[in-house]
Design a protein around this ligand. Sequence first.
Ligand code: CAA
Length: 398
Amino acid sequence: MSTDTLPAMIHNGIVAMTEEQAAIVETARSFADEHVRPFAAQWDRDSHFEPSLIGRLGGLGFLGMLLPQEYDGLGLESMTYLLALEEIAAADASVAVMLSVHNSLPTVMLNRHGTAAQKRRFLAPLARGELLGAFALSEADAGSDASAIRCQAVRDGDDWVVNGSKAWITSGTHAGVVIAMIRTDTPSAPRKSKGISAFILTPDLPGFHVGKKEDKLGMRASPTVTLTFDNMRVPGDRLLGEEGMGFIYAMQSLEHGRLGIAAQAIGIARAAFEAAAAYANERKQFGTPIASFQGVQFKLADMATRITAARAMLHQTAAAKDRGVDVSAESSMCKLFASETAMWVTTQAIQVFGGYGYVKEYPVEKYFRDAKVTEIYEGTSEVQRIVIGRVVSEQAKR
Ligand code: CAA
């Protein structure tokens, strides 16, 4: 099997795409080839977020992939969006997470729960790339236990006054809109998940501060920051949806977000597989390409099999979601399986490269570093197992 056919086989060769999907995938691939892949290693080394990507992706419609056309979105189905996301992730996972968070979380939440005025004001600029979106749920002491957040909003006339901090905010340095989950109950009568509301924040609000950028193992071209709110005055019309519903909205959006992270993990795994398969055909030891050894072929076989399984699971779930089926457990299954696949495949890819896999001259160590966080953000693998476990044990009772 040649290195040319291997990637195609495990990529979209077995995915039956509509004309629209094929066109979007082709657009994503050409964009990645021209504007992302050639720069990814340097951005990673410099921990550099390339701001011109926002306008360029907006110009393609990729920042409004799931939004209706009336707000300048592309109005795509989840499946098409995820196919495009895999293409971008295979070029640079950092760019993919910016896209995934923006498209799956803040824009979807605004579109679902926003008033007509909120949608008019924010959705089209988000879709066109004039504003980048971020999502703020976690705090320093509330990660997996998301309903334990402490950031507090207190009513003051028509406004809210907010104090507290939000941690691990993807794209937080450049975000023009942040959908933040903030407590609106009173500390004397806490209501746990029912005491949380969603707010539409913008960096121009007095008291909104962008904190330090994290120095991360991977995804180094995606800026992750803490946001601090210091007596931040938020107008009453920035409450998103119903008061007290923020936790539920966040959980619903994460169902979609987790499909995006699964697509991202598959893109990383595929890139690592493609690099390992190509290298195994070039690298000679004992007088022959190492791809001729069964030990290496078996590794490639297992890598390709797991990637194909993760992709099949994701596409089946996306198709069900597009039909309106509740996929809360399946979305966690996709993220769990795809992220663990990415971690496993990237580890094997380093092994195929041997010593060369361990140095920065070759791309696989970056894939390995980037893969790790897919097992952590938008809910750790342990949280995904909690979500799946609760659903399947409930089903077993029936
Ligand atoms: N849809 C609708 N409602 C939901 C829901 C969903 N998917 N999930 C939970 N709810 C509801 C529950 O039904 C419950 O309502 P009732 O009280 O009326 O029954 C309420 O929300 C509370 O739910 P739980 O009791 O299940 O809450 P919990 O405290 O036990 O937590 C959890 C459950 C699954 C562990 C949740 O806290 C969780 O997902 N934690 C992980 C958080 C996470 O993923 N953070 C990622 C941060 S974002 C990020 O990483 C983005 C980035 O920038 C990359």
